[in-house]
Design a protein around this ligand. Structure first.
Ligand code: SAM
Length: 307
């Protein structure tokens, strides 16, 4: 399969044509089956321009399981899938993504809370729902535990706080830093092949390209594909946003160093770089940032921030 392209068509049909064991990381946000009904006072209904988001719920969940299993097949052993979804309610009944994720072939590695900090509906049927979920799914290469994350990524915790994307002309994009955090954390600066099977405006593909990875997108809408191609072509415009995110992936002391000194490892604490002698991890991060900031000017700015 040729990489660095967006395949236009129906996700499930296209996934079935892709070879097994070729993807390192997948990040996606599928259509949520929100039935296109009026869901709130503050946001417009999500209406995609090429396909309806209103299916019978059982049919929807069965199709998602089929898609999850196809993605499992084409992912390399040891690979990861970050699946963004949310808890929904239908006639007062809670519909939780774990009910269909647990029927798929994936090992569920973590449930991450995405704190969007804004509610779509401000009625009081429930406490305002400001969260979505990101399921970190894993294809075991041997045992189910998998490889340990480097300290600088793990320290970002299981609650990710990003506001929703507002600058992209798509009805339901996620912010580019969401897939960037996922990809950078599991690949730890290495190259790989990244898939987004519902690529929309191309947020995951832009993140992958800026991180030096190959990408593969699948999307049914021709218009969204043109939008994504344009964003990918101009992805350097989004590098500063990426660098801001990458700057959060640092620790002044690794797990091992903390353990050796008997220091508290359980509490999140923002480490400071300024004025401190650089640890090996920070030196590695700096090298990664410099490598990624292709322009000399950015490289000079990083020297200024850190030294
Ligand atoms: C939640 S949006 C993804 C947005 C994307 N994460 C971004 O940041 O722009 C879901 C996307 O899936 C596409 N889609 C829905 N059903 C599809 C299907 N059966 N096959 C391919 N694409 C589909 C929609 O057109 C929409 O762009």
């Amino acid at each position: 399969m040729r990489v660095n392209q967006i395949l236009q068509g129906n996700t499930l049909d296209i996934l079935k044509t892709i070879d097994s064991n070729i993807i390192d990381v997948c990040v996606t946000s599928p259509p949520y089956n929100k039935k296109e009904k009026n869901k709130g006072w503050l946001v417009k209904n999500v209406l995609y321009n090429a396909i309806s988001d209103a299916k019978n719920e059982e049919e929807y969940q069965n199709e998602q399981v089929e898609i999850l299993n196809e993605i499992f097949r084409i992912t390399k052993p040891g690979g990861s899938f970050f699946y963004n979804h949310k808890v929904r309610w239908e006639k007062g009944e809670m519909i939780h993504p774990i009910s269909w994720l647990s029927k798929s072939d994936w090992t569920m590695r973590q449930e991450i809370i995405w704190d969007r900090m804004i509610a779509a509906n401000i009625r009081g049927w429930r406490f305002w729902q400001v969260d979505e979920r990101i399921y970190w799914l894993h294809k075991p290469a041997g045992n189910k535990i998998g490889e340990e994350l480097a300290s600088r990524h793990a320290l970002l915790t299981s609650i990710w706080r990003f506001p929703p994307e507002r600058c992209v002309n798509h009805p339901a994009p996620f912010p580019m830093i969401l897939p960037a955090r996922a990809i950078f954390s599991v690949l730890d600066g290495k190259r790989g092949v990244v898939l987004d099977p519902y690529s929309g405006s191309g947020s995951t593909l832009v993140a992958a390209k800026l991180l030096g990875c190959d990408y593969l997108g699948i999307e049914i809408s021709e218009d969204y594909n043109s939008m994504a191609e344009e964003r990918i072509k101009n992805c350097e415009n989004e590098r500063a946003t990426l660098l801001e995110e990458l700057g959060k992936h640092f620790v002044s002391k690794t797990f091992k160093e903390r353990k050796k000194n008997g220091e508290n490892t359980g509490k999140f604490k923002q480490d400071k770089i300024l004025g401190e002698k650089l640890s090996q991890t920070q030196t590695d991060l700096l090298a990664t940032l410099k490598f990624m900031s292709s322009g000399k000017n950015l490289s000079k700015q990083i020297d200024k921030i850190v030294l």
